[in-house]
Design a protein around this ligand. Structure first.
Ligand SMILES: CC(C)(COP(=O)(O)OP(=O)(O)OC[C@H]1O[C@@H](n2cnc3c(N)ncnc32)[C@H](O)[C@@H]1OP(=O)(O)O)[C@@H](O)C(=O)NCCC(=O)NCCS
Length: 346
């Protein structure tokens, strides 16, 4: 492995330092754009400022900048879950293309691992993106090879898909109509903004299982915990980030949420609308509730915002054939690949 660049200085970004957060976002965006071009998706400055300055109880974002001389050349990012997964941490390292293979990435990673170890975080995850025409296992890509060189095993291959709005409303309505006879015992409900009080408990009981109900490959993960107050705080941060959630749920005869789909629309993001989780309770599968909630949610959003021209972005594990089939039918097309890596510190 290359010798460490002797001049690199790694500094933590202070939550109050908006200029440094701005530098961090611009540098990290440039790194991701180098990897996946126009498919790059990164948080905007206002989104990151809100998350760093007023973090919810359950999630802390720690940002780092790597400098050589007067030049900013590298970034580091640690995400810590604070109420579950307490031995875990998610890491990202980015180095500007013209400064690679000089040990800068290794120096930033060593620093992040040290910060994690100090906090008792020993199960470390990393995410890296590359172009769709690259190999599914990421062999030869900078992120996967760098991870391998540092003991991070490839745990799960994912594919990014996009759908340019407006979506084909006739197609979506046809999909909804075809699914409807299968889920007549359930009520679909769509809204925008916070989860209503009467649905919050059962929504969280389901959504906190997404981490392990979705395919995990060789990754070790824990479910999130159900914490109503903490969820309200997360919604508050979302509002401070100017991100508006759109939800559709399916309710069983007792009024409990048994399927859901979430879209998140950021006012400061010029390019993307994000498809977040979609999940059907295993006890209620086989009623086409997955397609029902996902299609109903997109239709609700599109009817309310007919002039919207951004792209919807979604990620699926490559092995998640069922959800991918629904996405492809809706018109989503693959544009990039990603890999989740994992390492355990001794
Ligand atoms: C991955 C990344 C951070 C590496 O930064 P870097 O400064 O070039 O890393 P280093 O110089 O410390 O590389 C250390 C070792 O990793 C491996 N490595 C790094 N990039 C590699 C590449 N493109 N191909 C093969 N091996 C590579 C090599 O073993 C290298 O040692 P060597 O140069 O002596 O052969 C940088 O390429 C990047 O920003 N990529 C895009 C973002 C990303 O995918 N980050 C990883 C997510 S955690």
């Amino acid at each position: 492995m290359g010798a460490l660049d002797p001049d690199v200085r790694i500094t933590a970004v202070a939550p109050s330092d908006v200029a440094a957060i701005e530098q961090w976002v611009h540098l990290t965006t440039a790194v991701v754009e180098h990897e996946v071009g126009d498919s790059a998706a990164m948080w905007t400055v206002p989104e990151m400022v809100a998350a760093v300055q007023d973090p919810p109880e359950n999630r802390h974002e720690l940002l780092f900048l790597g400098t050589v001389g007067d030049d900013l050349v590298a970034t580091g990012w640690i995400t810590l879950s604070m109420i579950d997964n307490l031995s875990g941490a998610d890491l990202y390292v980015g180095v500007l293309p013209e400064h690679r293979r000089r040990g800068l990435g290794s120096a930033v990673l060593a620093h992040l691992e040290e910060v994690c170890a100090e906090r008792g975080r020993t199960r470390l995850g990393g995410v890296t993106d590359w172009r769709y025409d690259g190999p599914p296992d990421g062999s030869g890509t900078s992120g996967v090879e760098f991870g391998r060189a540092h003991g991070y095993a490839f745990g799960l291959g994912e594919v990014q898909r996009e759908l340019a709005l407006p979506a084909d409303a006739d197609l979506l309505e046809g999909m909804a109509a075809a699914a409807a006879p299968y889920h007549s015992a359930y009520e679909l409900r769509s809204w925008t903004g916070p989860i209503p009080d009467d649905l919050l408990q059962s929504y969280l009981e389901l959504s906190t299982r997404l981490a392990t109900e979705a395919p995990v490959g060789d990754l070790e993960r824990e479910d999130h915990v159900v914490d109503l107050a903490d969820h309200r705080k997360s919604e508050q941060v979302l509002a401070e980030q100017q991100r508006v959630p759109w939800h559709t749920v399916a309710l069983d005869a007792d009024g409990a949420v048994v399927a859901y789909s979430d879209l998140v629309v950021g006012a400061t993001d010029p390019k993307w609308i994000h498809q977040w989780g979609t999940l059907v309770d295993p006890a209620h599968r086989g009623h086409r509730l997955g397609v029902a909630v996902k299609v109903a949610n997109l239709l609700a959003f599109q009817r309310a915002c007919p002039g919207e021209r951004r792209r919807i972005l979604t990620w699926n594990a490559e092995v998640n054939a069922h959800m991918i089939a629904i996405n492809e039918q809706m018109g989503f097309r693959p544009t990039a690949r990603g890999g989740q890596l994992q390492k355990k510190l001794c």
